[in-house]
Write a protein that binds this ligand. Structure first.
Ligand code: TYM
Length: 385
C-alpha cells in the first residue's frame, strides 16, 4: 500500500498510519461492537486489546466463531521472521495469541520464516537466520504458551515436509499476483517471489494432519495481511477453508508514533535490553509535552500524540482506571513528562526482568515446543487426506 502519508508492506511500515484507510484499502473488516459482543459471548470475556481496538480488523472471524459454536474447533497460526532481536512490538500479537490459546484451549502452530529473512535481507546468511529463529523462539516460549498445544518450527528445518504443500500453492500464484500484492520487481530474487507460498502452508497443516478441514485463525499485525489475502484466494482452489485472521495495529517506536522497527535501535525496546538501555531510550522518547513546565502546568499535555502514552495504552496499563487516571493528570497538567517516563521505565523494566528470567528458563524447555526434524512432521502428516 503506498500513498502520500504512509506505507505498509510485510517488509516496511512507515509514516502516520490512518487505520480507517487501511481497512478500506486492504479490504479487511472492522471489528465492530456487534462482533465484540459475539466474541465475548463465545469466549467469556474480552481481552483489553479487543476492547481498546488494538486488534481492530479481521477476515471471517464471525465465520470462525460460528464454526466453533457448532463444535468445529479451530487452531491458531502465527509466526516470526527471524532477522534479529525481538522488540516489544512483536509481543503484541503473541500476547494476544497466548490469550486466545488459553481461552479456547486450542493448538498453536508457530512458523519461523528463516528462509524469508534470508531472501529479503542482503546481510543475513541462512545459517544466521536459522540460529536467530531458535533465539527468537525463547521469547515466544517465555510468554507461557501451552507446551502440549504449541508447535514451533523453522521453514528450512522442515522444508522436506513443507515443500510439497508450498509447491501446490505456488502453482496457483502468478508473478503478477505477487507484484500486485507485494510490490516486487523483475529484479527481485526468485526466492522472494516464491516465499509467500511458504507462509501459506501452516494454515493447512492441521487439516492435512487430521485428514479433514480444520478452521484456522491467524493473529498478526496488519503488515502481514497481503500474505493471507493471497492465501485466502488460493487455498479454497486446493480444497481447503480460507484461513480467518485478526489484525492489530503497530506499537510505535519511542521517537515518534509509527511502527516500532528493529532497524532503528534507539527507538525500539528489545526484550534483551538492560535496565539502563531501557532508561536511556525512554528518556529520549517523543512525548506530547509542552515547551516548558509552566506551560504544561497551565495547558496540560497531549497524550494522543505521545509515544509514552501509546506504550501505556497498548501494553503497560491494560487496567482502564489506571490509564484514565494518568490521562486525566496529563491533560490537566498535573503530571510532567519526566515523572511519566519514570513510571514507564519501571513498568518496562519490571516486565523485562520477568521476561528475561523466563526466556533463560525457556532454553531448557525448547525441546517441548520445537519440531526440528522433517521426519517428525512427516509422521504427523502420515495420516493422509
Ligand atoms: P515479523 O517477524 O516481521 O513480525 C512478527 C509479528 O509481529 C508483528 N509486528 C508488530 N506488531 C505490533 N507492533 C509492531 N511494531 C510490530 N512489528 C511487527 C507482525 O505483524 C507479526 O505478526 N513473515 C512474518 C513471519 C510469519 C508470520 C506468520 C507472522 C510467518 N507466518 C503468520 C504472522 C502470522 C514476519 O516476518 O513477521
Amino acid at each position: 500500500m503506498k500513498e502520500k502519508s504512509f506505507e505498509i508492506t510485510p517488509w516496511k511500515v512507515s509514516g502516520d498510519i490512518d487505520y480507517d484507510r487501511v481497512i478500506r484499502e486492504f479490504g479487511v473488516s472492522r471489528i465492530d461492537e456487534n462482533l465484540l459482543k459475539r466474541f465475548e459471548k463465545v469466549s467469556g470475556e474480552l481481552h483489553p486489546f479487543l476492547k481498546r481496538g488494538i486488534f481492530f480488523a479481521h477476515r471471517d472471524l464471525d465465520w470462525l466463531l460460528s464454526e466453533y459454536e457448532k463444535g468445529n474447533e479451530f487452531f491458531l497460526y502465527t509466526g516470526r521472521g527471524p532477522s534479529g532481536k525481538i522488540h516489544l512490538g512483536h509481543l503484541v500479537p503473541w500476547i494476544f495469541t497466548k490469550w486466545l490459546q488459553d481461552k479456547f484451549d486450542v493448538e498453536l502452530w508457530f512458523q519461523m520464516t528463516d528462509d524469508e529473512k534470508f531472501y529479503f535481507n542482503e546481510k543475513l546468511s541462512l545459517e544466521e537466520t536459522n540460529r536467530l529463529a531458535y533465539e527468537n523462539a525463547l521469547d515466544v516460549i517465555a510468554l507461557g504458551f501451552n507446551p502440549k498445544k504449541t508447535i514451533i518450527f523453522t521453514d528450512t528445518d522442515l522444508a522436506g515436509a513443507l515443500y510439497k504443500y508450498a509447491a501446490k500453492i505456488a502453482k496457483k500464484i502468478t508473478f503478477s499476483m505477487i507484484r500486485a500484492s507485494f510490490g516486487l520487481k523483475e529484479s527481485s530474487n526468485i526466492g522472494q517471489i516464491f516465499f509467500t507460498s511458504m507462509q501459506a502452508v501452516p494454515a493447512i497443516l492441521k487439516s492435512e494432519i487430521e485428514g479433514r478441514n480444520v478452521p484456522c485463525l491467524i493473529p498478526h499485525a496488519i503488515d502481514q495481511d497481503p500474505h493471507f489475502r493471497l492465501a485466502r484466494d488460493v487455498l479454497p482452489k486446493l480444497g481447503y477453508y480460507k484461513p480467518a485472521s485478526i489484525q492489530s495495529g503497530f506499537l510505535p517506536g519511542l521517537q515518534k508514533v509509527e511502527k516500532m522497527s528493529a532497524s532503528n535501535e534507539s527507538s525500539a525496546i528489545f526484550t534483551t535490553d538492560s535496565e539502563e538501555e531501557v532508561r536511556a531510550k525512554v528518556m529520549k522518547a517523543f512525548t506530547g509535552g509542552r515547551i516548558s513546565v509552566e506551560e504544561q502546568r497551565k495547558y496540560g499535555g497531549n497524550p494522543d500524540i505521545c509515544s509514552v502514552y501509546q506504550y501505556y495504552y497498548m501494553l503497560f496499563m491494560l487496567d482502564d482506571s489506571e490509564l484514565n487516571n494518568i490521562r486525566g493528570k496529563c491533560l490537566k497538567g498535573e503530571i510532567m513528562c519526566g515523572e511519566c517516563k519514570e513510571i514507564l521505565i519501571n513498568k518496562i523494566n519490571n516486565f523485562l526482568k520477568e521476561h528475561q528470567r523466563k526466556r533463560e528458563e525457556a532454553r531448557k524447555e525448547i525441546d517441548k515446543y520445537i519440531i526440528s526434524e522433517d521426519s517428525d512432521l512427516k509422521k504427523l502428516l502420515a495420516k493422509k487426506r
